[in-house]
Design a protein around this ligand. Structure first.
Ligand code: GTP
Ligand code: SPV
Ligand code: MN
Length: 587
């Protein structure tokens, strides 16, 4: 498929190490993908679902020890430990290459190596970057075919250029003790071994589009962020774009595909989805910030997705979708997960493969991090700008997390520098998207804790620097939201989902100077949020929009402790904002 020397030499070297029986180039044609689906079904790697109800849909079950990203086994191998920073796992690159070479040696014996050329972003867009993933998993090939633009057009775009990200994945024995997800940012190289799950192996996603890309962005003056991108259309037909960074399993896909409450829908409001997980942002010639979604599909959390909570995501999964670790309804060979409806299948195969009665079964039928891989084009509200190679102009940036207490429903940062501080001090309860404890509050700056490809302190500096380069009159305003505040009984106080539109409208009104706000110690708070048709009492809304100074004084202690680990590398702008916040709280 190519005469590109850099590609062929690298491929040769990798093949000599892993010794596959066969090497197959993925050209992206439907015939080739269909043959691979058939092969995966024949070998048992995938199950073909009910083709009348779910045309083109398949099912895959991973090993029980391989169901989420593994942050403790993810490394950023920069030449020095300081470049990776205090919150990334680090090892000397030479040492890591040597260690991994041993694991990869002969790992594809008896297997086929697939070569997947792929583009993150529309092929040929000035935002886009090319990667090539070598993998011995058909499941990875078929997922990459949904999540990215693959095949011959990508190789044609690359031409003789050596500027591509070199990605190597071997499934090996799926041994969790020898599982490594390793980024070498200076080499534009990613090596992943002993996993076959999502973010660990679809190397275009978190490994490239966030870890490697954040490093490239820092070098080249752009940003790679863990953000959804949505367009909000008003009754006049004007569309404004918002980016939002929430940690894994904290509501990006849901917000990106939001359906407004009835009274707003009737007025003519509508949300368009540009992206649900990753945004690449650049400053345009006009001084504004523009974003593209580098992906071509959605790797979404299944549990909790229903016609009521996320109609558009569910609709997107009705054809040409791969389901991973959900439950199967054996009566009609379709899929089920907790929260889909109140009717679990009686004749059910739960996610590990056990045959159970779903009505009486005590455990979870679908894994809490079970996922669907759906083509973006399936989404009923996909933005007409989805393929725009120039991206969409961003009016607001929203940070958010899962906080049962502390963070109000929404507040606005005073300016860009304060906004960067608000992002840098984000904290959220952990979820099933990564292995480890669930529900523990941890610091997750800009939702990038697991994804920043260099020193987090320098990353804060890069954010501040970008703010200096954007035309101040056109700079996005920065906000923080929390859909997950709980009352003393542990119930969510805010209805969330479609009703989050009410908050988005306040945000856009603020961007246009149309809504009033109250100054508080932590930022501008709304005077009120529109509660038309909403069953929520005054007191609850008041509490959702309140700031408890004593709780925030405690919060500051945690922030100081967190920042201390960055030492002198922490930018002055962040230190200044911490002092200002403290002063406002003590006033
Ligand atoms: P990743 O794909 O891991 O990056 O996750 P994500 O940020 O896209 O999260 P997603 O939208 O898939 O939501 C994760 C979980 O949070 C699902 O179970 C949702 O049902 C739930 N959720 C999303 N939005 C809301 C909300 O506004 N309120 C409440 N209570 N739950 C929500
Ligand atoms: C996340 O965990 O943020 C995801 C899923 O979007 S994964 O691709 O596994 O990273
Ligand atoms: Mn994500």
């Amino acid at each position: 498929m190519t005469n590109n020397k850099a590609v062929l030499n690298w491929l040769d070297e990798m093949a000599q190490m892993t010794t596959p029986d066969k090497i197959v180039w993925i050209d992206g044609s439907e015939e080739q993908l269909e043959a691979l689906r058939a092969e995966a079904v024949a070998s048992g790697e995938m199950i073909k679902l009910n083709q009348e109800k779910l045309p083109g849909c398949y099912y895959h079950r991973t090993a029980e020890n391989d169901v989420a990203r593994v942050e403790d086994r993810t490394f950023i191998c920069t030449p020095t430990k300081e470049e990776a920073g205090p919150i990334n796992n680090w090892m000397d690159p030479a040492e890591m290459y040597a260690k991994l070479r041993k694991l990869y040696t002969g790992s594809m014996k008896g297997r086929t190596m697939y070569v997947i050329p792929y583009s993150m972003g529309p092929v040929g867009s000035p935002f886009s970057k090319i990667g090539i993933e070598l993998t011995d998993s058909i499941y990875v090939v078929l997922n990459m075919a949904i999540m990215t633009r693959i095949g011959k057009p990508v190789m044609d775009q690359l031409g003789d250029d050596a500027d591509f990200v070199k990605c190597l994945h071997a499934k090996k024995d799926v041994d969790p003790e020898e599982r490594y997800i390793v980024q070498f940012p200076q080499d534009s190289t990613i090596w992943s071994i002993n996993s076959a799950y999502g973010g660990n192996v679809l190397l275009g996603k978190k490994c490239f589009a966030l870890r490697i890309a954040s490093y490239l962005g820092m070098k080249e003056g752009w940003m790679a962020e863990h953000m959804l991108i949505l367009g909000l259309e008003n009754p006049k037909g004007e569309v404004k774009y918002i980016c939002a960074a929430f940690p894994s399993a904290c509501g990006k896909t849901n917000l990106a595909m939001l359906i407004p409450p009835e009274y707003l829908k009737k007025k003519g409001y509508k949300v368009w989805t540009v992206g649900d997980d990753i945004a690449w942002l650049r400053i345009g010639p006009d001084g504004r910030l523009y974003a593209i979604n580098p992906e071509a599909g959605f790797f979404g959390v299944a549990p909790g997705t229903s016609e009521k909570t996320n109609f558009n995501a569910l609709a997107a999964t009705k054809k040409n979708t791969i389901f991973t670790n959900v439950a199967i309804n054996n009566d009609d060979n379709t899929v089920w997960w907790e929260g889909l409806d109140k009717n679990p299948p009686e004749n059910c195969t739960e996610w590990t493969g056990k045959h159970v009665n779903g009505k009486t079964y005590e455990g979870k039928l679908a894994h809490p991090n079970s996922r669907f891989t759906a083509p973006a084009v399936n989404c009923p509200c996909i933005s007409p700008e989805f393929e725009n190679p120039q991206g969409v102009p961003i009016s607001a940036i929203v940070f958010g997390g899962r906080r049962a207490k502390t963070a109000p429903l929404v507040y606005q940062a005073y300016d860009w520098q304060h906004g960067v501080f608000v992002g840098a001090t984000m904290a959220s309860e952990t979820t099933a998207a990564a292995t480890g404890a669930v529900g523990v509050v941890r610091r997750d700056p800009m939702a990038m804790k697991p994804f920043v490809g260099y020193n987090m302190a320098d990353y804060f500096g890069h954010w501040l620097e970008m703010g200096n380069k954007i035309d101040p009159a056109k700079a996005p305003k920065i906000f923080h939201v929390n859909w997950f505040r709980q009352d003393d009984e542990g119930n969510f106080m805010w209805p969330g989902f479609g009703d989050n539109m009410r908050v988005l409208l306040w945000i856009l009104d603020r961007c246009e100077g149309k809504a009033d706000a109250v100054e508080s110690a932590i930022g501008y708070l709304p005077e009120s949020i529109d509660t038309t048709d909403l069953d929520i009492n005054e007191a609850t809304l008041k509490e959702l929009l309140s700031v408890d100074k004593d709780v925030w004084k405690e919060e500051i202690k945690g922030q100081k402790e967190y920042f201390a680990q960055f030492g002198d590398r922490l930018p002055k702008g962040i230190k200044d904002e911490l002092d200002k916040l403290e002063a406002r709280l003590n006033k």
